[in-house]
Design a protein around this ligand. Sequence first.
Ligand SMILES: CC(=O)N[C@H]1[C@@H](OP(=O)(O)OP(=O)(O)OC[C@H]2O[C@@H](n3ccc(=O)[nH]c3=O)[C@H](O)[C@@H]2O)O[C@H](CO)[C@@H](O)[C@@H]1O[C@H](C)C(=O)N[C@@H](C)C(=O)N[C@H](CCC(=O)O)C(=O)O
Length: 485
Amino acid sequence: MKLRDLFSDDAAIEPQAEAVDVKGLSVDSRAVKPGDLFFALAGSKTDGSRFIDAAIQAGAVAIAGDRPSQAGRVPFVVTPNPRRALALAAATFYPRQPATTAAVTGTSGKTSVAAFTRQIWERLGHVSASIGTIGLVSPKRTVYGSLTTPDPIALHKQLDEITGDGVTHLAFEASSHGLDQFRLDGVRIAAGGFTNLSRDHMDYHPDEAHYLAAKLRLFRDLIAPDGAAVISADHDCSPQVIEAARTRGLRVIAVGGNADGDGEGIRLVGASVEGFAQNLALEHRGRNYTIRLPLVGEFQIENALVAAGLAIGTGSDPSAVFAALEHLEGAKGRLEWVGEHNGAPIFVDYAHKPDALAKSLQALRPYAKRKLIVIFGAGGDRDAGKRPIMGAIAAENADQVIVTDDNPRSENPAAIRAAILAAAKGATDIGDRTEAIKAGIAALRPGDALLIAGKGHETGQIVGDKVLPFSDHEAVAAALAARVV
Ligand SMILES: CC(=O)N[C@H]1[C@@H](OP(=O)(O)OP(=O)(O)OC[C@H]2O[C@@H](n3ccc(=O)[nH]c3=O)[C@H](O)[C@@H]2O)O[C@H](CO)[C@@H](O)[C@@H]1O[C@H](C)C(=O)N[C@@H](C)C(=O)N[C@H](CCC(=O)O)C(=O)O
């Protein structure tokens, strides 16, 4: 592809460089291949412009960045926002995208919403995929990804491939990092969803206003002008998100108890727990629907309604969408029942933030007539402020707390646990996660329930810079199979 074709008019390209043939795109000098266009990006740890020489040595035929470089040996494209230019170039280089794409943002629930939207579309006969924290899930390929929102090059390569596979409908997760770093700017988004907002990523965003502003980019800048915004109406920040969507002239579908069921909204009129399911009364366009949602946890109602809104907002028939909710399956490691001991259920959940931990514990309370036990930890090299908050939430919402390791990374694991334990009076300290899980299961008696929180679908424990194989699912299965409990 010609260099000129990869950039919009605001990029400065010398006329003699416009026809340079670009064979690939790269943001990492260590991964550059001959023929690549290298984007020099200012990053959180270093500045890509320091590696221009290395990129040229590796075979880069052109460089893009926000200020002209002295390298001079290959053409240099000056563009005011290189990260956004990268996203748009990736969309041009890998041109195919599913015809219908929905994105979801919010602190919690993104993975479930993406999975539920995919499942609803599948049930309605569309070839569907989802991309997010648990990777790419599509009929022909399942690929694990390390980021919630992949970088633009990986993202557009995947979009191009799955479209070639016949995928017509895609639901994907828009993380605040992804939105802030313009990773999604080249995706044609027909509908965007918003779940909720709580404390998260304070190691990245300077404050909560910045965090919300990143999320709002989806509604302010990215959804197609004739697209839909599906917004949970039950949070303090909901009016701000609705306002951002209305200002753009998007079709707003509010969902939840505060939504208007007479019109576009999906109003939750009532909900009751029945076994491992919930009966919901809904109102949409003045019509009433009664459905059995086969999922545990009140928070899953919000996820299911946002998914339903995304399907309706991209053209599906409401009655068929609500009927499809009765068949939803939880996403891997999202308040997932993984076994039982002494008749007491054991759940694995990805909750690794204060609000999510509180919601998961509250969701399991109806299943713990006697004691609710929780096992969790907190990640190293990440927002340290959430550790005591999570300790206090666990102590308040559970009857027995075991604090363990969860990706300590470069930090001293015992110090992370100590910060949690200081706020969780009476908690037990068991650093080894396998041992903690064994102890939690061994403590179960009839009428109890156990929540193992933090890792969800993950298959590794990050210690130092090594990822050691670890899975809560496997640790539970091994403990139950060995009858060590
Ligand atoms: C903090 C963060 O978001 N970092 C992302 C960012 O990297 P960066 O630009 O800050 O990297 P940097 O190390 O400062 O380097 C600057 C530039 O120099 C380049 N470089 C660097 C060294 C070298 O030898 N040669 C070279 O060319 C780098 O490739 C980079 O382009 O841009 C990269 C390209 O898009 C991302 O891969 C990278 O994600 C890192 C791996 C990451 O861990 N991100 C996490 C925090 C993240 O994005 N998480 C969100 C949210 C998850 C959630 O909701 O829980 C996600 O979407 O996954």
